[in-house]
Design a protein around this ligand. Structure first.
Ligand SMILES: [Zn+2]
Length: 329
């Protein structure tokens, strides 16, 4: 199995957004230590809208200048240590500002498709250039903010213009169309990799783009009860290191606790305990790829310890890779 450990490198988008130290820098440094000890490389999907706003506000407020320097320094370090830094777009940064004390998030245009066709192309190209200037590495790999990349037909031209080749936003079976979200992955190919052209979820053998879907897993309601209870009972081990709050996702919590939910395979918090089950499931399906989604902001000390155990237990029988290590045509 080729295993890809991916981390979306970003603040929280609720109130508060969390501090850069606790929600990004500190947990990412802990991940880097694990990567060093185990000899593997990670993939970071960098929230480039955040970089744009750091650049825009750094000369207005010393606080933002400090935040900017921490983040850009860390991203350069990630690259120098051989980790993959690729494009992650949360376009609501276009409408968000810093007031000298906090980030003021305006998430009313949360998805790329909430913008006009011209704006979509402009945002993708601008963000790609920004990241490329910082990393000095090719940026050809994409993860949509909040899994929202549909209808892809409206975004395809931006992918073509930017030369993006690989997407890793889909998690097969997932669907959520409430609040600011819209994604529907209920009709994907039953595969761990496929080519596509106009629709993310429809395989096209000669398609220009390749999808490496995030593996998915059906978590039981019992799992979510344990997750929520452990956060209360043993906060030191089970509370995220990040100190912000997520944007609301209406109805999700209730559904989790009553009927369980199909979600991404994840190394966030207690989700890490299911990585072995996801690996077994992918093997059972005959898959050769397993993509795991994580966030530095959602790392817990428990998750970091378990992640390291998972890597050590599997690195001799499986390959931990970055997307940039793949030869993409
Ligand atoms: Zn994100």
């Amino acid at each position: 199995m080729q295993i890809f450990l991916t981390y979306d490198y970003e603040l929280f988008f609720g109130e508060p957004t969390g501090t850069v130290e606790k929600s990004i820098i500190e947990p990412t440094n802990l991940l880097l230590e694990i990567a060093k000890r185990t000899g593997i490389k990670l993939i970071f999907f960098i929230d480039v809208g955040y970089l744009k706003k750091l650049e825009q506000f750094k000369n207005l407020f010393p606080k933002v200048k400090h935040e900017h320097d921490l983040v850009t320094h860390q991203i350069k370090m990630l690259v120098s240590e051989g980790h993959d830094c690729q494009l992650h777009i949360h376009p609501h940064w276009e409408d968000s500002v810093h007031n000298g004390i906090n980030w003021e998030m305006n998430v009313s245009r949360y998805k790329l498709v909430d913008f006009s066709d011209e704006e979509i192309v402009k945002i993708v190209l601008e963000y790609q250039t920004l990241l490329n200037n910082l990393t000095q590495k090719p940026v050809t790999i994409y993860r949509a903010g909040g899994w929202c990349l549909q209808p892809f037909s409206r975004i395809k031209i931006a992918f073509e213009k930017a030369g993006l080749k690989l997407d890793s936003s889909v998690f097969p079976g997932g669907k959520f169309t409430e609040g600011n979200y819209f994604y529907d992955f209920t009709t994907t190919p039953k595969k761990s990799i496929w080519k596509f052209e106009d629709d993310l979820c429809v395989e096209k053998s000669n398609g220009k783009f390749v999808e490496y879907p995030i593996s998915s897993y059906k978590y039981s309601s019992f799992f979510f009860w344990r997750l929520f209870l452990l956060g209360r009972l043993k906060p030191k081990q089970h509370k995220p290191i990040g100190d912000g709050y997520p944007m609301s996702s209406p109805g999700q919590r209730k559904k989790m606790l009553t009927s369980g939910m199909l979600l991404s395979a994840s190394c966030d918090g207690y989700f890490v305990t299911k990585l072995n089950a996801v690996l077994k499931r992918n093997q059972k399906f005959g898959y050769n790829e397993m993509v795991v989604l994580g966030h530095p902001k959602a790392c817990t000390y428990f998750a970091l310890k378990k992640l390291e155990q998972f890597i050590l237990a599997n690195k001799n029988n499986h390959q931990f890779l970055t997307f940039s290590e793949l030869a993409l045509n």
